[in-house]
Design a protein around this ligand. Structure first.
Ligand code: GLC
Length: 564
């Protein structure tokens, strides 16, 4: 493959790292993380090797949905810093070769936003139609609510006018009306603003919910219907005009065929990337069963995508670990395996735990899971703290259990803040996953730590763009406990094997396209890399240890990459 291709479509083999400014590092000692704290950890991120920092919302907020309820799209939450601090962060990241992507939440505003206040203040306000209204009584929408613990409908009555407004999320988050051209202009203006400040792309929140107009009875719709795909295409074209390599990463938790539509019909002319929610859920089901068939099936069903599009592979994000696309029985299997207590579950569809405690702290299994996620075609996305194996704090309510302060050091406040414990934005995790056991300081100096392992995965992934640039080819290793796949881009290919079982398994796979005598080199074993020679029809036989993993690069004569 041509290495220079990787310079433009940078998201095709990037390593994303999602962080919440609020919980990363508190620079000024007030108990809240801040942008200056983040800036002081850019070299840490560069050392880990990530190439793109995704910041969760850092805008002024009413604080009802951890920043996803924004009161000013052009601002920075004063508790976190200033616009100046933001620009310094962008500059510093760029100087270290790290791109910045910001969360872009244009499905709704907070009810504390000036537009909403004007909209409810008078039905004559020009802002009234920035939101979605109906005067007829809505039908039962209790099945459509996203947060069933707090909401029982997606419409609420505005007492002043007696009309109903749409809120797909909390009632304090009224949906914006994208059918209104004035709102569409504002979305572009907002995007243009952040691009001008130097960001490299956007994580677009709640994409399927953006097109709220559908929820309004036809005769009550005030604007002509518009095509969501035309709209996204225009928005992407706009971002490309402002910054030729801008990237859109969409949150689209839908079945594959519907996701495929959001990539667009040209070459990534709508969303550049989408999270693979389906593959993620299948991974957990496969881990729960010690049987790779659900994952293999999901990978085979993944729609083919254009070269500019990309899947974002992840094991954990900042929300509940949703299992909503599994059947009820399958979901129950995952609950039984990884979070049997009711307190570990959320919304009847997900888990509010982090990966290591779910896997009982079994380091072999944890490493297998990360090796897998980095070896699948796509771009890996880490959630802060995954690199050291942080756990959750179930005493923290709801989804926030996994958004506890980053654990830098042992001892007080995990090195996150010098403030008193009681003024911390959120309590630090305690016990076996607390900072005395799990922290950056110890793991960075230990070549055998999880941190060092993740660093190695990142480096090998970055040196193997055939992973990001390929489509998945699942092989048949003759044993359902082992997933074998090959990532192939032109003459470069990498064979990966992952054993989901607690016992060693010997497997034999035939790698299509290889003949007898091809050489493979092990990319993950530290030290001198062992080599392997294929038998007839590209056959290899390997003994996979319990929860073992292996990445084998096929040696190509004129490949000048280093392999150790
Ligand atoms: C997305 C975010 C979630 C947020 C919601 C509403 O799903 O990931 O954290 O609560 O949108 O903005």
């Amino acid at each position: 493959m041509n290495l220079t291709d990787t310079a433009d479509r940078w998201w095709k083999n990037a390593v994303f790292y999602c962080a919440d400014v609020q919980t990363f590092l508190d620079f000024d000692g007030d108990g809240q993380g801040d942008l200056r704290g983040m800036l002081h950890r850019v070299d840490y991120l560069a050392d880990l090797g990530i190439t793109c920092l995704w910041l969760m919302p850092f805008y002024p907020t009413a604080g009802r949905d951890d920043g996803y309820d924004i009161t000013d799209f052009y601002g920075v939450d004063p508790k976190l810093g200033s616009a100046g601090d933001f620009v310094e962060l962008v500059r510093t990241c760029h100087s270290r070769g790290i791109r910045i992507v910001v969360d872009f939440v244009m499905n709704h505003t907070s009810d504390g936003h000036r537009w909403w206040k004007e909209a409810v203040g008078s039905t004559e306000s020009p802002f009234r139609d920035w939101y979605v209204w109906r005067s007829s009584t809505p039908p039962d929408t209790s099945k459509q609510v996203v947060f069933p613990d707090q909401e029982d409908a997606i419409w609420d009555k505005d007492p002043a006018s007696g009309e109903w407004y749409l809120h797909n999320f909390y009632k304090t988050q009224p949906d914006l009306n994208l059918a209104n051209p004035a709102v569409r202009d504002e979305v572009m203006r907002t995007m243009g603003y952040w691009l001008q400040l130097g960001v490299d792309g956007f994580r677009i929140d709640a994409v399927p919910f953006l097109f709220a107009q559908d929820q309004v009875p036809r005769k009550e719709q005030k604007f002509p219907p518009f095509d969501p795909h035309d709209y996204l295409r225009n928005l992407k074209a706009f971002a490309d005009r402002r910054n030729g390599t801008a990237m859109f990463l969409g949150e689209v938790n839908l079945p594959y065929p519907q996701m495929a539509e959001f990539f667009g019909s040209g070459d990534a002319d709508e969303l550049s990337m989408q999270f693979d929610f389906i593959g993620m859920q299948a991974t957990y089901l496969s881990m729960a069963r010690g049987d790779t068939r659900p994952l293999a099936k999901a990978l085979r069903e993944r729609p083919r995508i254009d070269p500019g599009s990309q899947w974002a592979n992840f094991l954990r994000n900042h929300d509940e670990l949703t299992l909503d696309k599994l059947s009820k029985a399958e979901r129950q299997e995952v609950f039984d395996a990884f979070g049997a207590n009711k307190d570990m579950q959320l919304f009847d569809r997900g888990l509010r735990r982090r990966l290591p405690p779910m896997l009982g702290g079994d380091e072999r299994r944890i490493r297998m899971a990360y090796s897998l996620i980095f070896s699948l075609p796509g771009t890996p996305v880490l959630f802060y703290g995954e690199e050291i194996g942080m756990g959750e704090n179930l005493d923290v309510p709801g989804r926030l259990s996994v958004r506890t302060p980053m654990q830098w050091q042992p001892g007080d406040n995990a090195g996150f803040s010098t403030s008193g414990r009681r003024s911390l934005v959120r309590p630090v995790t305690e016990g076996a996953y607390g900072p005395d056991e799990i922290n950056v300081a110890r793991q960075r100096s230990d070549p055998d730590s999880l941190w060092s392992f993740v660093q190695r995965l990142i480096s090998r992934y970055r040196q193997s763009p055939e992973i990001g640039w390929s489509s998945v080819e699942v092989l048949d290793p003759g044993d359902r406990r082992v997933l074998a796949h090959v990532c192939r881009k032109d003459e470069w290919s990498l064979v990966a094997l992952h054993n989901f079982a607690a016992e060693p398994v010997e497997v034999t796979v035939e790698v299509p396209g290889l003949k007898r005598g091809s050489q493979l080199v092990d990319l993950l074993t530290p030290g001198t890399p062992p080599r392997l020679e294929t038998g007839a029809r590209g056959r290899i036989t390997l003994m996979m240890p319990a929860y073992g993993y292996a990445w084998w690069r096929v040696v190509v004569e004129d490949d000048r990459r280093i392999d150790h």
